[in-house]
Design a protein around this ligand. Structure first.
Ligand SMILES: Cc1cc2nc3c(=O)[nH]c(=O)nc-3n(C[C@H](O)[C@H](O)[C@H](O)COP(=O)(O)OP(=O)(O)OC[C@H]3O[C@@H](n4cnc5c(N)ncnc54)[C@H](O)[C@@H]3O)c2cc1C
Length: 341
């Protein structure tokens, strides 16, 4: 089914960077569509850490993931883009006039002059526990993400993993859980040094350990058996909830076949956020280039650059960037600060 209309820009991926890119594209007076595969906007924030506090965004002292997404959504809608959720873009076809046809995995077609890929790591799923019967507990007390802190109130929580996310979750849950135990295969933990130090002060840390067995009653894990990787000793730990953070696996699906240059499973872009295919740009976690800052703050810079490049591609004599937003009529109206004179 072909969707109505030819768009100037189609942003693929409705994570934080896709949302901000959509806003900026509207500000540059480009007819914009945003397509997200999952039912909800917000990307990794919505999927993995809606209740975590973010404190590394310029000018924002602290904001929960969910509130940041809410504000990004509101901002993205300023210039009335078309926003579509629940469609996974998979195929690309180039027309003779240079425009693109994008096809979703369920057969919808979208027509666009340029594309900005903000697909993160693609369709991502947590790496699951490779232990027999683990999937049986997924609807009870085995968690691959922390959706609601309240779920863990007064519980004895075991976290398995040593990356950024495991450290973040341990620190978030410390204030609400009865106890936090973190097991990790190595001595070293990922993440900010201060966060790691805080976790070590507040939680019970066991290294180098890995999960070996889940022991349950009815549909709940009651105990886990862990193994010390140096001595081979095994211990049994009582748990009320098990949080596993062994990383995320991403997959670009059909986009892998578009002929885009990839390095370490990211799209290679230049400083203008151009990919090797004219008319296709990219930003956010999806891209790689020297000194890439793989944080939301980094993507917030790349999205507008990608939009400016798309604008230049469509209209070579256009201004290289937008003027400041301060006096933009539409934004003054949105903020209720329109001029009365
Ligand atoms: C646990 C955790 C904690 C973090 N904490 C912080 C932090 O404190 N501060 C910080 O700056 N960063 C943090 N990050 C990193 C931050 O979340 C990412 O840098 C950010 O989400 C990147 O945004 P993005 O829009 O580029 O990609 P994503 O958030 O990954 O969004 C990509 C979107 O594209 C969609 N998509 C993918 N493929 C398709 C397709 N083919 N068709 C349609 N849609 C598609 C996906 O469904 C997804 O919604 C954290 C990450 C994790 C996992």
């Amino acid at each position: 089914m072909e969707n109505e209309g030819l768009y100037d820009v189609t942003v693929i991926g409705g994570g934080p960077i896709g949302l901000f890119t959509t806003f900026y594209s509207g500000m540059r007076e480009l007819k914009t569509k945003l397509i997200e595969s999952s039912p909800d906007l917000g990307g990794k924030i919505t999927m993995f850490y809606p209740e975590k506090m973010l404190r590394d965004i310029g000018g924002v002292l602290g904001i929960t993931g969910a509130d940041l997404v809410k504000q990004l959504e509101q901002q993205a809608k300023t210039f009335e883009p078309t926003i579509i959720c629940g469609q996974l873009i998979s195929d690309l076809q180039r027309n003779e006039d240079g425009t693109f046809l994008l096809t979703t995995s369920t057969g919808e077609i979208h027509h666009t002059k340029t594309i900005i890929l903000t697909v993160g790591a693609g369709i991502f799923k947590p790496i699951k526990l490779d232990l027999s019967g683990a999937e049986f507990y997924e609807n009870s007390n085995l968690h691959y993400s922390v959706d609601e802190l309240e779920t863990f109130r007064d519980k004895n929580v075991l976290i398995s993993g040593g990356g950024n996310s495991a450290v973040d979750w341990a620190n978030e849950l410390i204030s609400i859980a009865e106890s936090i135990t973190v097991i990790h295969r190595r001595e070293e933990f990922g993440g900010h040094e201060r966060h790691v130090a805080n976790m070590k002060k507040m939680a019970n840390i066991l290294t180098p350990y890995e999960l070996k067995e889940l022991l349950g009653e009815e549909n709940l894990i009651k105990q886990v058996i862990i193994k010390n990787l140096e001595t081979g000793d095994r211990h049994t730990i009582e748990v009320d909830a098990l949080v596993v953070n062994h990383g995320i696996q991403g997959d670009f699906g059909g986009i892998n076949d578009w002929g885009l240059n990839l390095r370490e499973e990211r799209f290679v872009v230049n400083g203008a956020m151009e990919t090797n295919i004219p008319g296709i740009f990219a930003a956010g976690d999806a891209v790689t280039y020297p000194n890439k800052l793989k944080l939301i703050a980094g993507g917030f810079r790349e999205g507008p650059i990608a939009v400016n490049s798309a604008k230049k591609y469509l209209k070579p004599d256009s201004e290289p960037m937008s003027m400041y937003s301060t006096h933009h009529e539409k934004l003054l109206v949105v903020l209720g600060q329109e001029k009365t004179t």
